[in-house]
Structure formats: structure tokens, C-alpha cells
Design a protein around this ligand. Structure first.
Ligand code: NDP
Length: 311
């Protein structure tokens, strides 16, 4: 009996993922879209992005759930998740795509692009002398797979770069700080604060009014991880009062962002619709196939998610 991999995603195309995966699975596994599974009992693997509630109950013989992305917050919070290993994608292309977006956002604020865009709208030649990267401090909150790569790219551009996480690590050019006590000091120094924290019970609305107040007056804020990590009302207040000079926001507590949300029209704020990085079939397929083969042959899976930590 051939094992089946079931695929479910709203935004990601089934055909592209099937075609990328098939050569790596070498006929050992049938790949089927969730709405066309021929025999649910043969489904041992699931490659999913936000499947509907009750989805996993359809497949009693699941042995591996692969999250079709890096952020696992919605998956690990579910009630119907089977007691099998959960893995996520750790894809170099995804990391590069995220690092380049974060670099763009940091440069946008470091080079005061919102000031020039506002001046252009007034047809005004509003010269401001650029500051050297070495005079600008950037703080990256969260130094995981994606956060660490973004932080080292920022450091490579010459910015004074600080990182914040729970555990220490060595990162080229990045001064790493750990734990809650270290956060106010990191925030007080930074001209640009970048949020790359996963959404967990410990980080939900972690960036609240107190955190924004601890940021340097005139600092800019970038969020590319999850909207729920931020108390959005506190962010709006910090922007409205001018305490923060601007923000680049890719993620929101409720997506799509409502048309009447105040963030749309605040000065210095750029809104993008959750696309800082995406999973790419060609580069992610080999690691997905390797994990499936590991389960079939009794080997160890990689990129496993800790249900306890939530990331
Ligand atoms: P990881 O899960 O690999 O790393 C998380 C990092 O956050 C770790 O450094 C961890 O520290 C730190 N962290 C977690 N909890 C805390 C806490 N309470 N206090 C301080 N630090 C904490 O995440 P990635 O870097 O791979 O990705 C980050 C997030 O980006 C994802 O969770 C996802 O939500 C988001 N994302 C957004 C995309 C987009 O298009 N906008 C695309 C892909 C991902 P430590 O390791 O020391 O425990």
C-alpha cells in the first residue's frame, strides 16, 4: 500500500508543490490535494498551511505534520493536532527573502525615505544630510532561523546591530542580549527596532505601551513576524504622539487590515500585505522529502517544532 502525503493550503498552489516534491519522493509517496484524497487511511504525512478545524481527524494514520511555512503559531494552538512530530520549513531561500525585506525596511528608515516621500507629495526639495550606517543602531527582537540571518545582514551593512532572544548565541557583527531584563536597555539605544519574535503565549502583545515608551524618541518600528505580538492600539498611540517616527508593517493582529484601521494613514507608516517571505516549492522540497523518508525508514526528522516552547 503506497503512503500518501496530503496537501492543504489556501494561498499556495498544489500543482507547483506536487511537481517540486515528486522527483524527491521517487514514487515512494502519493501526493494528493486535500479535496481529492483517494484513501484517507493511507495518509501518513500532511503538508499544510492553516487547514480548517477538524482537518486532522480525517486521517487516523498520520505520522508527520509539516507546516508549510516558518511560523507555527496557528498550527500548535489547534485542538485537533495529532500526537506526531511537527516540522516547519527552514529554507535558505525563504531566509534570504526575509533578510532582504528586513534590510529594505531598515534602510527605508535609516535613509529617511518617508520624509522624502512626504516632501515629494508637496513638490518640495527637502534635503536632509544622510547619516552613516555606523551612526545608526538597529535592534532585532528574535534571533531564530530568519531573525539571525536578518540581523547579520543588517550588521554587514555597517549598522550597529543588537539582537535580543532568550538564549545567548554568536552572530557575526551582532551584540546579543538575553532575557526580559535586557530588553529596555536594547530598546533605549535603537534607532530602528525590528520585531522577528514568533507568536507564543509568552510573546502575545509582548510589545505593549511600556515597550514602545522604552524606545528612543524618534525611533522607527518594523514588524515582519506576527501582528499579535504587538499591542496595536499602543503602537498607533506611539505613532500618533510622534514618539515613533514611522513604521514598516507586514503583519497585523487581524488580516487583511480593515480599511478604516488608523495605521493606513499615519505618517511614515508603510503597510505591506504579509509577504515579507514565502515558502518556495523548489528550494523547500528536498528537506520536506528528507523528513518524509526519515519517517518511512525510522530516521530522525529535522526542523522539528517544540510544542512546549511553541516555536
Ligand atoms: P524561530 O522560531 O526560529 O526563532 C524565534 C526567536 O525568537 C528565537 O531567537 C527565540 O529565542 C526568540 N524568542 C522567542 N520567544 C521569546 C521571548 N519570549 N523573549 C525573547 N526572545 C524570544 O523564528 P524565525 O526567526 O524562523 O521566524 C520568526 C517569525 O517570523 C516566525 O515565527 C513567523 O511568525 C514570522 N514569519 C513571517 C513571515 C512573513 O512573511 N511576514 C514569513 C515567515 C515567518 P531563543 O532561540 O533564544 O529561544
Amino acid at each position: 500500500m503506497t503512503d500518501t502525503l496530503v496537501f492543504y493550503s489556501g494561498p499556495d498552489p498544489f500543482d507547483a508543490w506536487r511537481d517540486a516534491l515528486a522527483p524527491h519522493l521517487d514514487g515512494h509517496v502519493r501526493i494528493e490535494n486535500a479535496d481529492a484524497v483517494s484513501d484517507p487511511d493511507t495518509v501518513r504525512f500532511a503538508l499544510v498551511w492553516m487547514p480548517p478545524e477538524g482537518f486532522f481527524d480525517r486521517f487516523p494514520n498520520l505520522e508527520l505534520v509539516i507546516n508549510l511555512g516558518a511560523g507555527v503559531d496557528r498550527l500548535v494552538a489547534r485542538g485537533d493536532l495529532p500526537d506526531v512530530p511537527i516540522t516547519r520549513l527552514s529554507d535558505p531561500e525563504m531566509g534570504r527573502m526575509m533578510a532582504s525585506f528586513v534590510l529594505f525596511a531598515v534602510l527605508r528608515h535609516a535613509r529617511e525615505i518617508p520624509h522624502f516621500e512626504a516632501a515629494q507629495a508637496r513638490r518640495e526639495w527637502a534635503y536632509r544630510h544622510p547619516r552613516a550606517a555606523t551612526d545608526i543602531t538597529v535592534a532585532v527582537l528574535g534571533l531564530g532561523e530568519l531573525g539571525a540571518l536578518a540581523a547579520t545582514e543588517i550588521a554587514r551593512q555597517g549598522f550597529r546591530t543588537h539582537g535580543w532572544a532568550t538564549r545567548p548565541r554568536e552572530l557575526d557583527g551582532v551584540t546579543v542580549h538575553c532575557g526580559d531584563d535586557a530588553l529596555p536597555g536594547v530598546l533605549a539605544e535603537a534607532d530602528v527596532v525590528v520585531c522577528m519574535l514568533p507568536l507564543t503565549p509568552g510573546t502575545r502583545e509582548r510589545l505593549d505601551a511600556e515597550v514602545f515608551a522604552a524606545m528612543k524618541p524618534g525611533a522607527a518600528f518594523v514588524n515582519v513576524s506576527r501582528g499579535e505580538v504587538v499591542d496595536e492600539a499602543a503602537l498607533v498611540a506611539a505613532l500618533q504622539s510622534g514618539h515613533l517616527s514611522g513604521a514598516t508593517l507586514d503583519v497585523f493582529a487581524a488580516e487583511p487590515l480593515a480599511p478604516d484601521h488608523p495605521l493606513w494613514s499615519l505618517p511614515g507608516v508603510l503597510i505591506t500585505p504579509h509577504l515579507a517571505s514565502v515558502a518556495l516549492p523548489k528550494s523547500a522540497a528536498p528537506q520536506i522529502a528528507a523528513n518524509i523518508r526519515a519517517v518511512q525508514t525510522g530516521g530522525d526528522v529535522v526542523n522539528q517544532v517544540s510544542r512546549v516552547r511553541g516555536y
